[in-house]
Design a protein around this ligand. Structure first.
Ligand code: ADP
Ligand code: MG
Ligand code: ZN
Length: 633
């Protein structure tokens, strides 16, 4: 629809060229053909021609006189002359028997005048405006045609087009269960109406980005085999005030005609924000749109089978009126997938990818704690791309592991130039983390250590992977995590007696954790179980805001400082008492650049790391050797 409204560039060129040609014809060519031959003569000559009887017709204008005159060769010519105040002229003309007339200055009719002065310029304006809008409209964003006031651009997806079913959504069993009821209602509304049950009109899907909210909505439509109207919240907010409201009206009108059907409003927070924030940039347009949405939701009859799904990752900003019973009263959380969910999502997305039969999705799922469905889908695709790059015909475990790292830490920066001295510091730093982690009891096992820099800016990293999914963290585990985070810097101090900027990310994370332990998890005696900070938007950045007196804030700061300092000292103590292992491991890492958890543990336990290694580790090691060659050269 949008496309057909937009004139192609070619049409515009033809338009302009046409106008130019018409102008040329009008101003130059037409006069050449139609202007009669006019000659100017003096008044004396004019009188002479009249007297000689040559003139056949005279027209007297306000200040000119024209005469039609037969020349000796029989051709008719027109002569003009200036009008002279000559009272004798009329008598002369009568005497010479010339037909003459005075041209009365033409009075324009009032209607024509009105047309000329008012309507015509106005029309001209509209035409020019249209042309400009057509030309610039697509560039001004919105993509829509400004003249299509209130025409909803709601796209209609019929079942064949969404093509999604619950099978495409892995994990999210609770969400699917909650939505299953809606599917069954859409299949057979009568069953519910008979007993007197009413379906909720609106269902709100809430959760972090990339967890499959949009996908679920499509799957509901696909399962129910009903039309699917989908519009994004931001699409309602248009250039003109009132447009958004008109669109809402339009959308609901269309939907009711097509019932049973699903209306899906993605990113509803764009219009559904709280109205009372009284800030300066308060947006009238948005409020009108929201009001229209509220009244439409009240207005339509839910038993007909129109179900409104909406998705957001900022439920806390939504207007209360939107959430009250009768509107979006049902809320379906779509959380980040758990271990099983991640494994299932990986499997769903590898369905169309040729996978080596011994790929272990469980390990990958373990290593991707906290990843969303979208990220997991991306990991599988990256792995497939890597397999092609490597000239393989199927995806193997190593591809998946590498693409996990690409998604988490960015691609390898093969061209990065790092001096041997710095490389050494980085190696000690990473081994510091790993060694501290390994020497503590409540700590996840080391999975991989690398000092190949990444595009995210990481110069190296230590990957720890838990053997099982953790839902709770004890105070000890959290503290140990902080100790591990300080381990990198501690190794630099212990070995080189100097510190570098490389620990900035560790410091940030350690501080955040320590602060959370105190302000949100109630893990200090001093503040007991008092919430000192609240999380603002749990699904996005996870920002917090402090909710305490300034004096308390100062005490929190010193408590955070103490926790981190204690952890730092603990890390140094561990490293100093394991100094030999630290040197040995760092030297090995420096040589290999990437080592596995197995190799790490072997050295730590005094075994030969090169001995009975797994097949995977061998591949990783040899590949890294290849990559380090260009850096050396
Ligand atoms: P959201 O709307 O929650 O931000 P989307 O529904 O747009 O996320 O998900 C983006 C993509 O991530 C989907 O197209 C799909 O490929 C993948 N995805 C996310 N969650 C899942 C899931 N549970 N199962 C399968 N694929 C998923
Ligand atoms: Mg979405
Ligand atoms: Zn570090």
């Amino acid at each position: 629809m949008k496309d057909s409204n937009r004139p192609s560039k070619n049409a515009l060129y033809y338009y302009v060229a046409g106008i130019i040609i018409i102008l040329i014809i009008n101003t130059i060519i037409t006069p050449m053909f139609f202007k009669p031959h006019v000659q100017e003569v003096t008044y004396t000559n004019f009188l002479k021609m009249v007297d000689e009887g040559k003139a056949s017709k005279v027209e007297i204008n306000q200040n000119r006189i024209a005469l039609l005159c037969k020349d000796s060769d029989g051709k008719e010519n027109i002569y003009v002359t200036g009008r002279v105040d000559d009272p004798e002229l009329v008598n002369r003309l009568v005497k010479a028997n010339v037909e003459f007339s005075q041209v009365v200055p033409r009075e324009e009719s009032p209607i024509a005048k009105f047309f000329n002065n008012w309507i015509f310029p106005f029309l001209l304006f509209i035409v020019i405006g249209q042309l400009i809008m057509r030309f610039l409209g697509p560039k001004l964003g919105g993509g829509g045609n400004m003249m299509s006031f209130g025409k909803s651009n709601a796209k209609v997806y019929i079942e064949a087009q969404t093509g999604k079913t619950f099978k495409d959504v892995a994990g999210q069993d609770e969400a699917k269960e909650a939505l299953q009821e809606i599917v069954s209602f859409l299949h057979n509304p009568a069953k519910y109406n008979d007993i007197g049950a009413t379906m909720p009109k609106g269902v709100l899907l809430v959760g972090p980005p990339g967890t499959g909210k949009t996908l679920l909505a499509k799957a509901v439509a696909g399962e129910a085999k009903v039309p699917f109207f989908s519009i994004s919240g931001s699409e309602f907010i248009e250039m003109f005030v009132g447009m958004g409201a008109a669109r809402v009206r339009d959308l609901f009108k269309q939907a009711q005609e097509k019932a049973p059907c699903i209306v899906f409003i993605d990113e509803i927070d764009a219009i559904g924000k709280k109205r009372d924030n009284g800030s300066f940039g308060s947006n009238d347009e948005r409020e009108q749109t929201l009001n229209q949405l509220l009244s439409e939701m009240d207005g339509f009859d839910g038993s007909k089978g129109v179900i409104i799904l909406a998705a957001t990752n900022r439920p806390e900003v939504l207007d209360k009126a939107l959430l009250r019973p009768g509107r979006f009263d049902r809320r379906v959380p779509v959380e980040l997938p758990d271990l099983q969910g991640r494994e299932a999502i990986l499997k769903v997305h590898s369905h169309d990818v040729r996978m080596s039969p011994n790929v272990d999705f469980h390990t990958i799922a373990l290593a991707t704690s906290g990843a969303s469905g979208a990220e997991l889908a991306n990991i599988v695709n990256e792995a497939a791309l890597r397999a092609v790059r490597m000239g393989r015909r199927e995806v193997i475990q190593e591809d998946l592991e590498e693409s996990v790292e690409v998604v988490i830490a960015g691609a390898q920066r093969k061209g990065a130039v790092i001096s041997p001295e710095e490389k050494k510091i980085i190696a000690y730093h990473e081994i510091g983390h790993a060694l501290v982690a390994a020497r503590q009891t409540e700590s996840a096992p080391v999975h991989k250590i690398t000092i190949i820099p990444r595009t995210s800016g990481a110069l190296g990293y230590t990957m720890q992977v838990d053997t099982q999914e953790k839902v709770l963290m004890t105070k000890e585990e959290l503290f140990n995590k902080i100790v591990t985070l300080t381990g990198g810097r501690s190794a630099e101090e212990v070995v080189f007696s100097k510190v570098t900027s490389g620990a900035s990310n560790d410091i940030e994370q350690a501080t955040k954790l320590a602060r959370a332990m105190i302000t949100r998890f109630g893990m200090t005696d001093e503040f007991d179980m008092v919430a000192l900070e609240t999380v603002n938007n749990a699904y996005l950045s996870g920002d917090t805001s402090l909710a305490c007196a300034p004096e308390t804030a100062a005490r929190i700061d010193s408590a955070v400082f103490e926790v981190v300092k204690e952890a730092h000292e603990e890390a140094r103590r561990i490293l100093m008492s394991n100094r030999e292992k630290l040197d040995e491991l760092a030297a090995y890492l420096l040589k290999k650049e990437t080592i596995t958890g197995d190799e790490f543990m072997a050295i730590l336990n005094g075994r030969d790391p090169e001995g009975p290694v797994t097949v995977d580790a061998e591949v990783v090691a040899s590949e890294d050797a290849g990559q380090s060659a260009p850096q050396a050269g």
